[in-house]
Design a protein around this ligand. Structure first.
Ligand code: C2E
Ligand code: CA
Ligand code: CA
Length: 401
């Protein structure tokens, strides 16, 4: 077994850039391998087994696109970051091309490389040094170690952002590892037929809380993530309906989030399930919009109520005009199709203000709150919503008149 799972391979013809990226990565805990030669790079892809590859797009002999193709063809599972001095449009094209070649794209970055951006990007690619197995997850389920956190969602109402909903996010309170995030175990659950049990427990918790928030006088819409693996489960809408009955909850307050790419896997069955959910009056949301390849026609035909703009665009929109254009376009598209738009990953006031200008309907992100246990939601909603009323957030009510 490799000692360090975080292994970074850099290919750039400028040795200075290689060293800079290498130093940043080492600081984050990566084991690093640097090369300025395309042929050497290809050898190290198999000998070094990188978890992350940083690739310069413009190389003297074989350019970065050729390397992307090589990574795709050899089935390399590293996450790839493409860097180049070329304009952002070229970088965006390279990213799309990489994805279509089957490469797991970490993103792109324009040169000169900014230390903080590079660090944040590489940090996202850090994998935990531990591997969670199906047996662990099964045991965790049996021992009731999984729990649900909730992250507030705010809607723009009369020129203010008002918390009126939450997203349910599963957490694992592991006896030895502490709080484990879904990125470490959802895929394991999906690959081992454990995701249905996990999803059922999340829905149960979400529906129970939804009913109790309503009974306490603060009705909140609750969104739950629905694994693509379950989109073939034709009995799901009825099971959900039974749960709603059991807790006396309101289906209109329950939103099922399905990722854009999931919705396109088996459009016929997906459409069957989604339509039945809509008929039962549940809300439907397209998650991570902008990262998949859905056609507008398919999107138009699916009975969604909400589009969630992927956080990668939202987090970039402050400094990247193209990301801002994408967000603006998705908001426009959502409205044209009769849906609301929700931006996720809102981390600062400035982004919130831009989103108000773009007439985005809903927002979610660390600025409002991190995901928290259910019993903290009422207090967070009350203090956020009250501060709005005192006029602190009146800055963006002017565009409302
Ligand atoms: P997602 O549905 O896109 O959920 C949003 C993720 O972004 C959450 O991570 C949340 O903590 C994080 N986030 C929220 N605001 C911000 C922000 O301002 N900045 C940044 N950088 N991140 C923010 P989390 O909870 O780790 O969940 C990761 C993914 O795991 C989710 O992505 C979802 O795809 C999946 N997941 C979570 N819970 C469930 C579940 O119950 N069932 C299934 N099938 N998947 C789940
Ligand atoms: Ca989601
Ligand atoms: Ca999302």
């Amino acid at each position: 077994m490799k000692a360090n799972h975080n292994r970074l391979l850099v290919l750039d013809d400028e040795p200075g850039i290689c060293e800079f990226v290498g130093e940043v990565a080492e600081g984050l805990g990566f084991e690093v391998s640097l090369t300025t030669q395309a042929a050497e790079f290809r050898r190290r892809v198999s000998s070094f087994e990188p978890s992350v590859v940083v690739l310069d797009l413009q190389m003297p002999e074989a350019d970065g696109i050729e390397q992307l193709r090589f990574l795709g063809e050899t089935g390399c599972d590293a996450k790839v970051l493409v860097v180049s001095g070329m304009d952002t449009r070229v970088l965006a094209t390279a990213e799309h091309l990489g994805r279509s070649l089957g490469v797991d794209m970490l993103g792109t970055q324009q040169k000169p490389l900014m230390l903080d951006v590079l660090e944040a990007t590489l940090e996202r690619a850090l994998v935990s040094q531990r591997t969670i197995t199906a047996a662990d997850v099964r045991r965790g389920l049996d021992e009731h170690e999984f729990t649900v956190y909730y992250q507030p969602k705010a809607s723009r109402i009369d020129g203010r952002w008002v918390i009126d909903g939450v997203e349910a996010l599963v957490r694992w309170k592991h006896p030895k590892l502490g709080l484990v995030l879904p990125d470490e175990f959802v895929a394991v659950a999906e690959d081992n037929d454990l995701i249905a049990a996990m999803t059922d427990l999340v829905f149960r918790d979400a529906i129970a809380n939804c009913a109790s928030w309503r009974d306490a006088g603060t009705p909140l819409a609750v969104a739950v993530n629905f694994s693509p693996r379950l989109l073939t489960d034709l009995a799901f809408p009825d099971r959900l309906n039974d749960l709603i009955q059991e807790f006396g909850a309101d289906p209109a307050l329950l939103i099922v989030e399905v990722t854009e790419s999931a919705a396109m896997i088996e459009p016929a069955t997906t459409m069957d399930i989604l339509t039945r959910l809509r008929v039962k009056n549940f809300g439907l949301s397209v998650d991570d919009f902008g990262t998949g390849f859905s056609s507008l026609k398919q999107l138009y035909r699916m009975p969604f109520n909400e589009i969630k703009v992927d956080s990668s665009f939202v987090r970039e929109m402050e400094r990247d005009p193209e990301a801002r254009t994408i967000v603006e376009t998705v908001v426009y598209l959502a409205h044209k199709l009769g849906m609301t738009a929700c931006a996720e990953g809102v981390e600062n006031e400035n982004t919130l203000e831009i989103l108000a200008e773009l007439r985005c309907d809903r927002v979610q992100g660390y600025l409002i709150s991190q995901p928290v246990p259910a019993d903290r939601i009422a207090e967070i909603a009350a203090s956020w919503n009250d501060s709005g009323r005192t006029g602190l957030r009146l800055a963006w009510s002017r565009d409302e008149s």
